[in-house]
Design a protein around this ligand. Structure first.
Ligand code: PBG
Length: 327
């Protein structure tokens, strides 16, 4: 047999495989979610997310220290406030849980990059992502509270804000508010194509943010849709977003690929709580090799076109990259 083309030549040894990798990962592109609970002192394991913790305001710097030990230098903050009301006013309180957390992180670790999730669902007593009018979320009224919330995060020292509410026009509204207050250089990462997904289940029990009635289908995207993701991204580009995001990740690799091909902005993906919890559960049942599944799933998200990844596995992935098991 005289074969000229033998793709196996480039697969023979670890050295040649590593040289020929098409996808490269770096710990710099990993973002770790941190949950801060205003009513907590110390840390508490999150039941729905094995291996993850709630941090009290007195121990949020411990979360950062753990990240830094693994070489993870970026986080996204989520807050569990001590009180909730119909409009979510604890979200923009200058002494709210996220605002205090930012200040203590920045006092101890000024270079640690802090992104904040901007949404109302953890702060409203009904668990929806905005202000209600009857049983519907009022889009334009919600823009005002989102803008106030984003501004309060930036005033407290956040490096970047990431609105996850899926209201129309929120990027323009937040950009205008930040600019008016002199924060023209603070970037916005938009959860552009955020689907109404069942994969958020473990997060909602961790963050206490499940809607008390109905669902989020009136504002988050229908999982059947692909072109709509392009439309959402295009609107965000027009409104001044700096980074686009697709969420969840693994069931939406096609959307990541398409949006990253279509737009010049950096593309983030969020490997959400259900994706993480499923790997954990399958590994705990002895069905899969957790480490290899973690590596392969993260890799697939980058191969699909993501430039950065929010993941509960950020620390373990940073170690895997450093060891050369991926990236
Ligand atoms: C807030 C928000 C959610 C997630 C990130 N920001 C929950 C939701 O939309 O219900 C989900 C993250 C995850 O599942 O890991 N709106």
């Amino acid at each position: 047999m005289e074969l000229t083309n033998r793709p196996r030549r480039l697969r023979r040894t670890d050295a040649v495989r590593r040289m020929c990798r098409e996808t490269r990962l770096s710990p710099d592109s990993l973002i770790y979610p941190i949950f801060v609970d205003e009513t907590l002192s110390g840390t508490r394991p999150i039941e729905s997310l094995s291996g993850q913790y709630h941090y009290g305001l007195d121990s949020v710097t411990k979360a950062v220290e753990d990240c830094l030990q693994h070489g993870v230098t970026h986080c996204i903050l989520f807050g569990l406030p001590k009180s909730k009301d119909a409009v979510g006013s604890s979200a923009w309180d200058e002494n709210g849980v996220v605002q205090q957390a930012i200040r203590s992180i920045k006092a101890a670790y000024p270079d640690f990059y802090v992104i904040t999730d901007v949404c109302m669902c953890e702060y409203t007593d009904h668990g929806h992502c905005g202000i209600l009018c009857g049983h519907e979320v009022d889009n334009d009224k919600t823009l005002e509270v989102l803008s106030k919330t984003a501004l309060s995060h930036v005033e407290a020292g956040a490096d970047m804000v990431a609105p996850s509410d899926m209201m129309d026009g929120r990027i323009a509204a937040i950009r205008e508010t930040l600019d008016q207050h002199g924060y023209t250089m603070t970037p916005i990462m938009s959860y552009s194509a955020k689907y109404a997904s069942a994969f958020y289940g473990p997060f909602r029990s961790a963050a206490g943010s499940a809607p008390s009635f109905g669902d989020r289908k009136g504002y988050q995207m229908d999982p059947h849709n692909r072109k709509e993701a392009l439309k959402e991204c295009a609107l965000d580009v027009e409104e001044g977003a700096d980074i686009l995001m697709v969420k969840p990740a693994l069931s939406y690799l096609d959307v990541i690929r398409e949006c990253s091909d279509a737009f010049e902005l950096p593309m983030c993906a969020y490997q959400v709580s259900g994706e993480y919890a499923m790997i954990k559960a399958a590994a705990a049942a002895g069905l899969v090799d957790e480490y290899r599944i973690m590596c392969e799933s993260a890799l697939s998200i980058f191969r699909a076109g993501a430039n950065m990844l929010i993941t509960y596995y950020a620390k373990e992935l940073a170690d895997a990259i450093r060891k050369g098991d991926i990236g």
